[in-house]
Design a protein around this ligand. Structure first.
Ligand code: PLP
Length: 394
């Protein structure tokens, strides 16, 4: 009997958080302090530590990554009827944040090298719109997909040329950054006018649910803090000068975040080691492995491979067959996202591209990559993929 068929093999989760004594300690400290809700000392501590960790001047804690993106876009002046250019291949929250502002979407396809927004395609699209006198986006929201930094220098340059605000959706890419090229030394999320991160349960670090806005501009940070706390003006009589949101992170969640942040380097190092092991083991299977670009350092938040190319129907069938084989071995795996231009929720959006996101969707499978994934569990995943590849992709 191979490990694939062993009925008693314990399940391998796709991505689980890593908690220890420090998380318990800080959570209890927050509880005992009496500050459990949207005010308290751990929030400011978490914001300062986070800003320092990514190299931004200011950080504003939010109740979710989606909330952080929503406020970031509003702070860029995005309003009803405005156009927002968003990565087409991403989780839908990236686009929902723009939709909440009543914006229309211009969905920009990925490049094959990073799986993130194609800078050349964005530039050509913006230039053509400007020449034709068509409205330009009020903001460009670029997503660092699956922990891989986008080719952001080109995106930032196109934005600057047309005076468009750049927002980074770094929800999946905390800990990722550039070690070469024009952005060397920078972390994802800190290059645009604002960056947004997520601390949902499956992200690099978690607060249960939560997010963060970062910016180098103090006035922007103050406005973010104002909007996330119902736009309440300090006054005895409940004075609100605009319509805000209840988007603040709780003190309990911030305490958990502080403890998680202390192990960020450990988690990222472990994710990279897991990725390197998959890369070495799966190199000759016929699968396409995740992007590896010199100077653009991914965290491999989710390690996702692509099944071999074929006709569209063959690709989807090959993806589903691999997902079935992994499920039969009780291994948590998942398909990648259907691109946004194919989402009924976003029907009517504009799309530019050549189907790169569609192909990533048809072929992509994410493999287990928890920060605490034991070696022997990863070995089981590798065995199942190798066996499947030998039978089906030979
Ligand atoms: C998770 C995620 C979000 C949203 O974060 P939440 O904290 O779940 O609201 C936004 N964008 C991307 C790319 C994500 O993966």
């Amino acid at each position: 009997m191979t490990s694939t068929e062993t009925p008693s093999a314990s399940p391998v989760p796709l991505a689980e958080p890593l908690f220890g004594a420090r998380e318990r300690e800080l959570l209890l400290e927050a509880m005992d302090s009496g500050f459990v809700s949207s005010a308290g000392p751990h929030i400011a501590r978490f914001e300062r530590a986070f800003a320092e960790a990514v190299g931004a001047r200011h950080a504003v804690a939010c109740s979710s990554g989606t909330a952080a993106l929503h406020v970031a876009l509003r702070l860029c002046g995005v309003g009803p009827g405005d156009l927002v250019a968003v990565s087409d291949f991403t989780f839908i929250a990236s686009a929902n944040a723009a939709a909440y502002q009543g914006a229309r979407l211009l969905l920009v396809d990925s490049d094959r090298d990073t799986w993130c927004m194609d800078p050349a395609l964005l530039a050509v699209t913006l230039d053509a719109r400007a020449r034709a006198g068509e409205p330009l986006p009020a903001a460009v929201e670029a997503v660092h997909v699956l922990g891989q930094p986008a080719d952001l220098a080109g995106i930032a340059e196109a934005c600057a040329r047309h005076g468009i605000a750049l927002v980074e959706d770094a929800a999946e890419s905390l800990g990722a950054g550039w070690s070469g090229g024009p952005l060397a030394g920078r972390a994802t999320g800190t290059v645009g006018r604002l960056g947004a991160y997520s601390f949902n349960g499956n992200k690099i670090i978690t607060t249960g649910g939560g997010g963060m806005i970062v910016t180098d501009d103090e006035a922007t940070a103050e406005r973010a803090r104002h909007l996330t706390t119902q736009a309440r003006v300090p006054d005895r009589g409940y004075l609100h000068d605009e319509v805000g949101y209840n988007y603040r992170l709780t003190n309990l969640a911030a305490a958990l975040g502080l403890a998680q942040l202390e192990r960020l380097d450990q988690v990222v190092a472990r994710k990279r080691a897991i990725a390197a092991r998959y890369d070495a083991a799966l190199a000759n299977t016929g699968a396409t492995l995740p992007p590896r670009r010199p100077g653009m350092d991914s965290t491999y938040w989710l390690y996702s491979l692509l099944v071999p190319e074929g006709t569209p129907a063959d690709e989807e069938a090959a993806r589903d067959a691999l997902l079935d084989a992994l499920a039969a071995a009780r291994i948590g795996a998942r398909a990648l996202w259907r691109p946004l231009h194919q989402q009924p929720a976003l029907a009517g959006s504009e799309y530019v591209g050549g189907g790169v996101g569609e192909s990533l969707y048809r072929r992509g499978v994410s493999l287990p990559c928890s920060g605490g994934l034991p070696d022997e569990q990863q070995e089981r995943v590798i065995e199942v993929v190798l066996e499947h590849a030998a039978q089906r992709w030979g």
